[in-house]
Design a protein. Structure first.
Length: 255
């Protein structure tokens, strides 16, 4: 399994990275399967450096804030208005219960039927496994002001855990436990961001990974452009016992 950081900027696209989007790939012996986790603001452009958008097999949305889903409108255009003719098989899209309505609202003038021709939307449920090709993907309801999920992605005996946006919560134990790579929201800074129930700090992210047990690699992501990434790394390093990695736009990691 491989993960490419399409975008890792938090809350809005930054000067060096789009907002949240991660391309996860695995082979089943016959072909490569391509799953996207989120497609936030600016991510569709960066995705094309790595993959033809028509080759995406499924899209999983952690939640419906624009920094996690707004570029689905551009993806709709790539499917409907292709010079070769529109794609006739809808793309499976998984997300919170209002996902289908949100996609219609975001693309002004598109009818629900038109959107449904290109996106087959399924509402995820906490703990209900979804299988796509070689992937086994489990949503975990997490702690954010809106309905939001982290995703545990398993393939070939390896585990990628993606928290989406969350603060500390019991669900992180099951989501993160035994993960080979944990991609963790670290948007808040200790001593600066006191509001709870929105995002993790890097220190809380590291503590959650420790508490879950068996996490091999900790990678911080969703860092807003106004944050110093090295501050986040230092916060996590005061808690985490191993290397603290920072998500690097356009980088691909073996899981």
């Amino acid at each position: 399994m491989r993960v490419t950081i399409v975008g890792c900027s938090g809350s809005f696209a930054g000067p060096s990275s789009p907002a949240s989007s991660y391309l996860v790939q695995a082979d089943d012996g016959e072909r490569t399967w391509n799953v996207l986790l989120d497609l936030g603001s600016g991510a569709l452009g960066a995705l094309q450096r790595h993959l033809d958008p028509a080759a995406v097999d499924a899209l999983f949305l952690s939640h419906l804030h624009p920094d996690h889903c707004s570029d689905v409108t551009g993806l709709y255009v790539t499917r409907k208005y292709r010079p070769e003719g529109e794609l006739t098989v809808p793309l499976p899209v998984f997300g919170p219960k209002d996902t289908a309505d949100q996609l219609v609202r975001m693309y002004h003038g598109a009818s629900p039927d038109e959107v449904a021709r290109h996106f087959e939307v399924t509402s995820v449920e906490d703990g209900a496994v979804v299988e796509v090709g070689p992937f086994r993907i489990t949503p975990y309801a997490v702690n954010h002001p809106v309905e939001a999920y982290g995703y545990r992605v398993e393939a070939g005996g390896r585990v990628l855990a993606f928290t989406g946006d969350t603060d500390s919560c019991d669900a992180l134990g099951g989501l993160l436990g035994g993960a080979d790579l944990a991609l963790m929201d670290a948007a808040f800074v200790e001593g600066r961001d006191e509001t709870r129930g929105i995002h993790l700090t890097a220190a809380r992210a590291a503590q959650a990974a420790l508490d879950a047990g068996g996490v091999e690699r900790l990678m911080l992501t969703h860092l807003p452009p106004w944050n110093d990434p090295e501050t986040a790394r230092a916060e996590a390093a005061a808690v985490w016992t191993g290397e603290v990695e920072l998500a690097d736009p356009d980088a691909t990691y073996d899981v």
